[in-house]
Design a protein around this ligand. Structure first.
Ligand code: BGC
Length: 366
């Protein structure tokens, strides 16, 4: 069953695939340990706990939630985790939301493995928990997961890297790999998706990772911080690329892509193929000039709307339609019933089309 979800500016290719779950685990939190019944009356307050602002999508998320919750008849309690002491800060915010009596929680985790106590507390209080964009791991107390298909994001990034390299000339190609923060459950999923495309090409010699660093733990970027990616790229260049040509870099998002591009530019090695994700305002001109080869478009307003729609469904006492997808949504204990949105790959070639209904990005693509 396919359902078109149109939120704010719509992109035709962005669809929500909704399948009726077969796990029996898609109901309200009254199915959980506490046995309490979740009620989310119209007009009640919904807690939205966001991580540190490591990329533009999180910045955009606040207004997106405030807007769609207001339109759906709820009050919004949106909070960001602080830049320092981020994990305890988010833990305290979530506990505070529960104590205050917020009726549902939408959580984008700073560290997906560190919220077990808080979601248990929510479950005991009969408050449904929706993991948003990032899964919450190591617990059965997560009711739903709303996100773009993260594995697909990785596959698109891997494919873009290969396509960009092929367009430059014939191989073999020298590349380096970057992944996001190990504390973010998305990061290994992005990486595994990308490697599902790249590994066979590494094995057949088309691609060569000159540093030899190919495991997630070797290539992850602490905190998703640009400075960490820039430092690692500079070290890689210094150690491995004296007279060796670098052809491409797998970057998991735009923030890190710009840091990587800065590093290769400083080393006097521009003109490489670099991937990204998020369609950040600062990266669109780089895409259009060919400095960054690709990005991924994940419409934050649409993603927020999908979570708010789920809250609305629960408040009406209905069972939301979800998909069970172990590869994307297994949290180490359960496969969290999910609403999966479809990401779009963007390069210079389709940017104008992809962003045509987005009034924020559209002028940049002209
Ligand atoms: C999000 C990406 C974002 C990254 C860094 C991930 O969990 O899915 O869109 O670039 O976090 O903030």
């Amino acid at each position: 069953m396919k359902k078109q979800l149109i939120a704010g500016f719509a992109v035709a290719a962005l669809t929500v695939v909704t399948l009726t779950s077969c796990s029996g685990n898609t109901g309200r939190s009254d199915a959980g340990a506490s046995g309490s019944t979740a009620t989310i009356p119209k007009g009640s307050t919904i807690g939205v706990s966001l991580p540190a602002k490591t990329s533009q999508n999180w910045v955009l998320a606040k207004a997106a939630f405030e807007d769609s919750l207001a339109k759906a008849g709820f009050k919004a309690d949106v909070q960001y985790a602080a830049a320092t002491n981020t994990v305890p800060d988010q833990q305290n915010q979530i506990s505070g939301m529960i104590t205050k009596g917020d009726k549902a929680l939408i959580i984008a985790a700073q560290d997906g493995a560190q919220l077990g106590t808080q979601v248990k507390q929510a479950k005991a209080a009969g408050i449904p928990v929706i993991a948003w964009d990032r899964n919450i791991t190591g617990t059965k107390n997560v009711d739903y997961y709303v996100a773009f298909n993260n594995y697909k994001v990785g596959q698109l990034q891997g494919t873009a890297l290969l396509d960009g390299l092929k367009a430059k000339g014939s191989g073999p190609y020298n590349i380096e790999l970057f992944a996001g923060a190990s504390t973010d459950a998305n990061a290994p999923v992005f990486f595994n998706g990308a490697m599902s495309v790249l590994q066979p090409k590494i094995d057949d010699g088309t691609l060569k990772v000159v540093s030899g660093q190919t495991s997630f733990s070797a290539v992850s970027t602490d905190g998703w911080l640009a400075q960490n990616a820039q430092t690692r790229m500079s070290n890689l260049l210094q150690k491995n690329y004296g007279s060796t040509k670098l052809d491409g870099v797998l970057s998991p998002n735009d923030t890190l892509a710009r840091a990587i591009i800065q590093s290769v530019k400083s080393a006097g090695k521009p003109g490489i193929i670099v991937t990204g994700q998020d369609s950040e305002t600062a990266s669109i001109p780089l895409i259009m000039s060919g400095t960054q080869y690709s990005t991924i478009y994940k419409n934050t307003a649409e993603e927020a709307q999908a979570a708010v729609d789920l809250v609305t469904t629960l408040s009406e006492g209905k069972t939301p339609k979800t998909v069970i997808d172990k590869k994307n949504n297994y949290n180490g204990v359960i496969t969290v019933p999910a609403v999966a949105l479809t990401p779009v790959l963007v390069t210079k070639d389709n940017a104008a089309e992809a962003y045509k209904d987005n009034t924020t990005l559209e002028p940049l693509t002209k």
